[in-house]
Write a protein that binds this ligand. Structure first.
Ligand code: NZQ
Ligand code: ZN
Length: 381
């Protein structure tokens, strides 16, 4: 186990009806800007619950933070927030609204253009406090300090690190209205976050391995049942908490991490608009195929503990573990091949070019360069 420092200050408030607790968490003298996506919260009653809980508060609203939040939209929110002198932010939505609002929180106290903050990668300056009401289990943004912002103009998508939310409210009932595609993407995103921190080498931490495997096993168990009935509170509660626990630092203590799948996936979203989780369903199995030697022992452990693969040669067991993963992603309702999305060699060329130009190399061994990203993508055709 490597040395590490762990601190996660987010107050997690979970359960049926818990949106009504909002007024216990936001000081009543704050001028609050509430941020939303495209309107799903008006149809499923979340908006009404938030407004009811904040009766008597001084609030303004910003609507229209889109999936894969764009700097172009967020600049408008920052302008409005500065004009209105807001001193508390409440993000109500999925990962996109929360990520976007993390940038707004920094942008409100920054004089320059907010894209400069994204380019800094680590925002250490002060930010306006932010609370969240999560409506989509997937990204873990509700309990971490990361965000991912798109620049439409140049078809780029980059992550940044900033400050944690102060609190996050998770009511599993709000997920009942999710479109099946978003549930599928959320399951694959959660699964892949876990793999990014787990599918490296064996023998780093028994405890981290077991926690990660617990999340993976939970997802494998609940996914087919959610497909049958997404109004089952207990199922959605387990899915929701899995998503939060997969990317709040709890399974990352003292272990190496990969993240190559995510970095390649972000390029597919930036260039083709594919949903985030969907890109991972395509790229993730490819990362396993190409890095099967370096990840071999862990693939065997994963195959045995998550998929019950206990016989066969080393190669057969690795093959079976990768196949089970791809089949699982297909079973939740996503395609897993580039050709199924009409994505061709030109995109592979462009992603290799971008990685080379940025001189980046991802993965736990820092060896996923442009050339390796090409191999991964070619294995996903
Ligand atoms: O915009 P509205 O109308 O609200 O609709 C949204 C949106 O169209 C809809 N939705 C959300 N909750 C709903 C609902 N529809 C019905 N009922 C509900 N309860 O779902 C659509 C997708 O929402 P979005 O927020 O874009 O999805 P997600 O939570 O998957 O977030 C994706 C973004 O998060 C980033 C991704 O790159 C992407 O930009 N990520 C953030 C991370 C982080 N902060 O740590 C890590 C992740 O790896 C990821 O990169
Ligand atoms: Zn993700």
């Amino acid at each position: 186990m490597n040395n590490f420092v762990f601190q996660n200050p987010v107050k997690l408030i979970m359960g049926k009806g818990m949106i009504s607790e909002l007024n216990k968490e936001i000081p009543s003298d704050k001028r609050v800007m509430i941020t939303f996506g495209g309107g799903s919260v008006k149809k499923n009653g979340v908006y009404d619950q938030v407004k009811e809980a904040l009766k008597g508060y001084d609030t303004i609203e910003f609507w229209g933070i889109e999936p894969n939040p764009s700097i172009e939209t967020l600049r408008k929110a920052i302008e409005l927030g500065k004009k209105e002198k807001v001193d508390f932010l409440l993000a109500v939505g999925g990962g996109s609204v929360i990520d976007g609002t993390k940038l707004i929180a920094a942008g409100l106290l920054y004089d320059g253009d907010a894209w400069e903050l994204v380019q800094k990668r680590f925002i250490t300056s002060d930010t306006v406090p932010l609370g969240t009401v999560l409506t989509l289990p997937a990204t873990g943004s509700e309990m971490n300090y990361g965000g991912v912002i798109t620049r439409k103009e140049t078809k780029e998508k980059y992550g940044f690190m900033s400050h944690f939310p102060v609190f996050s409210i998770l009511d599993p009932e709000v997920t009942f209205s999710l479109p099946p595609h978003q549930i599928a993407c959320g399951i694959v995103d959660t699964f892949t976050h876990t793999l990014e921190q787990y599918m490296t080498t064996t023998g780093q931490s028994r405890l981290m391995d077991r926690w990660a495997e617990g999340i993976l096993q939970t997802l494998v168990e609940v996914a087919p049942k959610i497909k049958e009935n997404q109004h089952d509170y207990q199922l959605m509660a387990d899915f929701m908490l899995s998503a939060t626990m997969a990317l709040n630092g709890f399974i990352a203590m003292g272990v190496t991490q990969d993240w190559a799948t995510h970095m390649i996936g972000h390029e597919l979203t930036a260039l083709h608009g594919l949903s985030h989780g969907h890109t991972l369903a395509i790229v993730g199995p490819g990362t396993m195929r190409v890095l099967r030697e370096a990840k071999g022992d862990k693939l065997i452990q994963y195959g045995e503990r998550v998929w019950n693969i206990t016989s066969g040669t080393r190669d057969e067991r690795i093959d079976a573990a990768i196949e089970c993963t791809e089949k699982f992603f297909r079973s939740v309702g996503l395609t897993t091949r580039l050709s199924e999305e009409n994505i061709s060699g030109e995109t592979i060329d462009e992603i290799e070019r971008r990685f080379n130009e940025r001189e980046v190399a991802y993965g736990e061994n820092g060896n996923v360069t442009g050339a390796v990203a090409r191999q991964i993508l070619e294995s996903c055709i």
